[in-house]
Design a protein around this ligand. Structure first.
Ligand code: ZN
Length: 242
């Protein structure tokens, strides 16, 4: 069986000095923790791509060999060149799956695909979050308990500036009182999109087995049903005779 090919994209630049709390939590970068967890799944193979790579890690060769792109970013959305954001959006429309993690709600590909500015409110106090499975029949929720908690997360709160999701798989509740649609799905043309809120870079989130399960489930759900070539808007001959 051919494995699902995943690319975990991170806004990091190779070899850069990271903020100390991030360095301590994710010594090899959080993209490595996400990819390592996925590589333990028998049907998935994952590799990383970084902002400092050729064409910002988003060459056509990389995307042609990616079934599902995972996008983690927090502070460098503006550094991503428009032409590469557009390329990612087009690949999704043509069938590639994409999973936007945490602050990727403000990334250029997310905003392009969903036609939104990704509005939300936030508070970074490392408060407890309880994630509720709000759609237990959804494949992304497979094998998860009714709810689970993360001891430390950044609060992202409603209202969330997104179009009406196809499914709301998770709702997050924070000890500070806010709630959030923490796991939502969309489709754009042939491509499937999952946004998942947990994953602030100083928290242990990506080591959590429930979180790893959600991401692996989402990869399986988002893998392409079909991939179509770049199409444009062709003028075509009529099929029936006059
Ligand atoms: Zn954050």
């Amino acid at each position: 069986m051919e494995k699902i090919k995943v690319t975990v994209w991170n806004e990091e630049r190779e070899g850069e000095d990271r903020w100390q709390p991030v360095q301590e939590m994710y010594p090899q970068g959080l993209h490595s923790v996400i990819a390592d967890a996925l590589n333990k799944e028998s049907d998935i193979t994952a590799r990383a791509a970084l902002l400092s790579d050729e064409e910002q890690g988003l060459t056509e060769s990389v995307l042609d060999n990616t079934d599902v792109l995972i996008w983690w970013a927090h502070g460098r959305h503006a550094d991503v060149e428009d032409r590469f954001a557009q390329r990612v959006a087009e690949y999704v429309q043509r069938g590639m799956g994409v999973i936007f993690l945490h602050s990727a709600h403000r990334s250029k590909p997310f905003m392009r695909l969903l036609g939104t500015d990704g509005y939300l409110c936030w508070r970074d106090e490392g408060e407890r979050e309880r994630l509720w499975v709000s759609d237990p029949s959804h494949p992304i929720a497979a094998g998860l308990p009714e709810s689970f908690s993360l001891e430390h997360e950044e609060m992202y709160g409603e209202p969330f500036g997104i179009p009406q999701p196809e499914a709301t798989v998770f709702i997050g509740w924070y000890e500070g009182g806010n709630v959030f649609r923490s796991g939502v799905t969309f489709r754009r043309q042939c491509g499937k999109i999952f946004y998942f809120q947990p994953g602030h870079e100083t928290n242990e989130t990506f080591y959590n087995p429930h979180i790893q399960r959600v991401i692996a489930n989402a990869v399986r759900w988002a893998k392409p049903e079909i991939r179509v070539p770049a199409r444009g808007c062709p003028c075509v001959e009529r099929l029936e005779k006059r």
